[in-house]
Write a protein that binds this ligand. Structure first.
Ligand SMILES: [Cu+2]
Length: 298
């Protein structure tokens, strides 16, 4: 039931495309409140300088997601006025269809911070790719189970992002999916961008097998001629992703409990890095604008 609830959160339209049996369940989704509210308990590891976001290592959120460490938006900056790293908090997590944020943040104690919870990519021993540098090749498997290297996309301008299909927060991986779906629509309507290809790489190879990726692609209405989903071995994916600045940390007791950052990049038709977008603040319009000169020169 949990997966269905999450699915509803991502958008009812997706449900329509997925499978006929699920359509029957649509009515039960409709009756769900637009806003879902959960209790979050955990420790604050960091507070963003703008104080609109805090990284929290939290316990299981009953009925929603397992324990993990990740950044959460707060409804208003003043909610974090008296909150500092190390604080133990109780908060209310509000999840709406395309957004999630904390309200009612309450300090209930404090505890010493553990060191190096999610190692940043910089310490993983891989150098970040620089603009103009050739993106290294890496072996992947696509949603059809076909083996291919990243170099297979040479000749096309590529927009690549990193996701996993079970990501529970609408503002993270599901947002990357929605943005890519929006870009795909624009690509189809813009003849100058016919040579642009979208690539979503999952860093959860245990769950995101080719059939799972294929189903996921279908729910997003992804056109396999324009948008490819890739998986591979964990090491190959992590090594490749780290070059773009993606850090992926899996809990030692449960590799399905994933803490990650987001990076999206444009790679030109020669396989060279053009631009990297950090986090979830970028927009499809911005990427489409940045694609214009790149796609034209290829
Ligand atoms: Cu995610």
């Amino acid at each position: 039931m949990r997966s269905l609830t999450l699915f509803c959160a991502r958008g009812r339209l997706a449900l329509l495309f997925s499978c006929p049996a699920l359509v029957l369940l649509l009515s039960s989704c409709r009756t769900q409140p637009a806003e879902r509210v959960y209790t979050l308990q955990g420790q604050v590891l960091a507070v963003a300088p703008s104080r609109v976001e805090a990284t929290i290592k939290h316990e299981d959120i009953k009925g929603f997601m397992p324990a993990m460490t990740m950044p959460y938006k707060v409804k208003e900056a003043k909610l974090l006025d008296n909150i500092a790293p190390g604080d133990l908090i109780n908060a209310t997590l509000v999840v709406v269809s395309n957004d999630a944020y904390l309200t009612e943040v309450r300090k209930v104690g404090s505890a010493p911070l553990e060191k190096a919870v999610a190692a940043p990519a910089a310490s993983s021993g891989f150098e970040l790719l620089k603009t103009g540098e050739a993106v290294p090749d890496a072996p992947f498997i696509n949603q059809d189970g076909k083996t291919l290297g990243f170099s297979a996309f040479k000749g096309s301008t590529v927009v690549v992002t990193f996701i996993y299909t079970k990501c529970p927060l609408p503002t993270f991986c599901p947002l990357m999916d929605r943005h890519f779906a929006t870009i795909q629509t624009s690509l189809k309507n813009d003849p100058s961008l016919t040579n642009v290809h979208l690539v979503s790489i999952s860093f959860d190879p245990i769950t995101d097998t080719p059939p799972v990726l294929k189903r996921h692609a279908r729910t997003l209405d992804a056109d396999p001629r324009r948008w490819t989903f890739l998986t591979g071995t964990r090491d190959d994916i992590d090594r490749f992703a780290a070059r773009f600045g993606v850090s992926v940390a899996r809990a030692s007791d449960n590799p399905l409990d994933i803490t990650h950052t987001l990076r999206t990049a444009i790679v030109d038709a020669d396989g060279k890095l053009v631009k990297v977008y950090t986090g979830n603040g970028w927009t499809p319009a911005q990427v489409l604008e940045d694609l214009q000169p790149v796609a034209r020169s290829s």
